[in-house]
Design a binder for this molecule. Structure first.
Ligand code: E4P
Length: 218
């Protein structure tokens, strides 16, 4: 399973990249705003800065909600760097835009996926990735993991190339369950990625090994 980090924070991106396990980055307009990145040119520069840190797909989201606007913004974003993936919302105009970009060989990530029907439509349009929002479904008492399993079955039935990018991941168990289901990618915060490494018995065991080594080398 590929690991993407879901942030626009350059320090977090560097830290995850330095671990050597990072495959890509996802951002969204809220994450950009959280980092105080505003204004078209600053936003474009920030995407380039991210691409210069991570050698992998970087999702950059369009703001337009009409087909022509999405095409205009998407082409501008795609021209920034070879690793940019144009992130497009799951709305009818978005489906048209995904189809258009797929015909041009431009990679897309269809975002705000909350149902299997939406995932099926995005795959038919030729999306490179689809982003089902796991945590936001859990927030409204709906099982996000069940949706990911359902999409996995549908894509396998028809051998769609579209990759399932489990998004809105909140904690390490989400990551583990996504791996069990066979999600192609997960995107989550640095905290969830680092939490995978933690175990109290690892810490205790290491403490003991170091103490015994110190005793033996007095
Ligand atoms: C997906 O690409 C989104 O950026 C993201 O995962 C949303 O996560 P949230 O529900 O934690 O905001």
């Amino acid at each position: 399973m590929k690991f993407f980090i879901d942030t626009a924070n350059l320090n977090d991106i560097k830290e995850a990249n330095d671990l050597g396990i990072l495959d890509g980055v996802t951002t969204n307009p809220s994450l950009m705003a959280k980092e105080g990145i505003t204004g078209e040119q600053n936003i474009l520069n920030h995407y380039v800065a991210i691409c210069n840190i991570v050698d992998g797909p970087v999702s950059a989201e369009v703001i337009a909600t009409d087909f022509e606007g999405m095409v205009r913004e998407g082409e501008l974003l795609a021209a920034l760097h070879k690793n940019i993936v144009v992130k497009i919302p799951m709305i009818p105009e978005g489906i048209k835009a995904i189809k258009y970009f797929s015909g041009k060989g431009i990679k897309t990530n269809c975002t705000l996926i909350f149902s299997a029907g939406q995932a099926l439509l995005a795959a038919k349009a030729g999306a490179t990735y689809i982003s089902p929002f796991l945590g936001r479904l859990d927030d409204v008492s709906t099982n996000g993991l069940e949706l990911i399993a359902q999409i996995r079955t549908i894509y396998d039935n028809y051998t769609f190339d579209t990759e399932i990018l489990a998004a809105s991941v909140r904690h390490p168990m989400h990551i583990i369950h996504c791996a069990e289901i066979g999600s192609d990618v997960m995107t989550g915060p640095l905290s969830a990625i680092k939490a995978l490494a933690k175990h109290p018995l690892t810490d205790l065991g290491l403490q003991q090994f170091l103490a015994d080594h110190a005793k033996g080398n007095k």
